[in-house]
Write a protein that binds this ligand. Structure first.
Ligand code: SAM
Ligand code: SF4
Length: 358
């Protein structure tokens, strides 16, 4: 029997799941996870910081905010060829999703955005899923990214609506939700999740999961970040997040959103292989990996490709190929060229062949 998708979880139900005895919770989440077509597959993603630092926003955890002295060097928009080189090496290492991040408050209709569109086109043409995280988007920008072939857009809600203003004052939760809605008006998939360790209560975590699980459809990717404490930011001295709390968040997300990819994101470098194994058992099925051992900046460390390959092999897990089972922007193009104009088809067994032919 397959668990039915629900979008009406109450806060009380979510809290009751979250607070279950830990091993009962992991067991329940694992059972839900085993309903995935291939529960032993893990999506491996590579983040590229295409524009680093000097961000006008005041996100109190971030190494790239211009408000804090974090020692992160500012870098203008990267050259397209440099991005493609990194993406090529990532693909050769088995990465199936390349995520390009820019430290912007919002995308602007200018030559920089045009350059990003060009990067999206070319990296998509390499046959990997492309995700962008560029700050706030309006409808037309989301549409242009869709037309360039963008597969996913990341825009994290980070925490609950009520705790948000204690973390960020330069934009609102509503702003964040608007961008997510603008992306949802396209075929680009949604990647949105949160960060643990921002001084939030368990009820704030429940509220975040409530917001995510009420989205219809559920976000295709749900990153669970554990705060990487960045010296110079207001969160530099925040208390550590106990591992079991991260495990509870992952397991609860898996139960509430059975078909979404749940990504064990920032903070993974501090976890042992055994702790990560628990996360995979509880339904995490996506990670970031990096040849430079850092996520967007060196302030947020990451394991590298070789370490991750060895870990996945040890645990009997495999790397998920790109464009598997979800919407595929190139699939629309390719399918039309192939004479298929049935949109439902794109949810999508024939997408991998289209991608691999590229
Ligand atoms: N400017 C864009 C935005 O905010 O959407 C994209 C870049 S931002 C660095 C990408 C995400 O990384 C943030 O939304 C946040 O959830 C996560 N992140 C950034 N710094 C982090 C840290 N120190 N620890 C954990 N997660 C972090
Ligand atoms: Fe800027 Fe994004 Fe960092 Fe916030 S999280 S300061 S918006 S780069």
């Amino acid at each position: 029997m397959t668990t039915a998708l629900r979008h009406d979880w109450t806060r009380e139900e979510i809290r009751a799941i979250h607070d279950m005895p830990l091993l009962d919770l992991v067991f329940r989440a694992a059972a839900v996870h085993r309903e995935q077509p291939d529960p032993s597959e893990v999506q491996v993603c590579k983040l590229i910081s295409i524009k680093t630092g000097a961000c006008p926003e005041d996100c109190s955890y971030c190494s790239q905010s211009s408000r804090y002295q974090t020692g992160i060097e500012r870098q203008e928009l990267m050259d397209k060829c440099a991005v493609i080189d990194i993406a090529k090496r990532a693909k050769e290492s088995g990465v199936s999703r390349v995520c390009m991040g820019a430290a912007w408050r919002s995308a602007k209709d200018n030559d920089q955005f045009d350059k990003v569109l060009e990067m999206v086109r070319e990296v998509t043409d390499m046959g990997v899923e492309v995700c962008c995280t560029l700050g706030m988007l309006n409808e037309s920008q989301a549409k242009r990214l869709e037309e360039a072939g963008l597969y996913a857009y990341n825009h994290n809600l980070d925490t609950s609506a009520s705790h948000y203003k204690s973390v960020i004052t330069t934009r609102t939760y509503e702003d964040r939700l608007n961008t997510l809605e603008n992306v949802r008006k396209t075929s680009v998939t949604l990647c949105t999740g949160g960060i643990l360790g921002l001084g939030e209560t368990i009820n704030d975590r429940v509220d975040l999961l409530h917001t995510l699980s009420h989205m219809e459809p559920h976000p295709e990717s749900v990153p669970v970040n554990i705060l990487s404490k960045v010296p110079g930011t207001p969160m530099a001295e925040a208390p550590d997040v106990p591992f079991t709390e991260a495990l509870r968040m992952i397991a609860t997300a898996r139960i509430l959103m059975p078909r979404s990819m749940v990504r064990l994101s920032a903070g993974r470098a501090k976890l042992s292989v055994s702790e990560q194994a628990f996360c995979f058992l509880a339904g995490a099925n996506s990670i970031f990996s990096s040849e430079t051992k850092s996520m967007l900046t060196s302030a947020v460390p990451s394991p590298d490709y070789d370490e991750d390959k060895a870990m996945l092999e040890l645990l009997g897990l495999s790397m998920r190929p790109p464009f598997k089972g979800d919407k595929h922007p190139l699939g629309c193009k390719g399918a039309k060229e192939g004479g298929c104009d049935d949109h439902e088809h794109h949810e999508h067994s024939h997408a991998p062949e289209i991608a691999c032919a590229k």
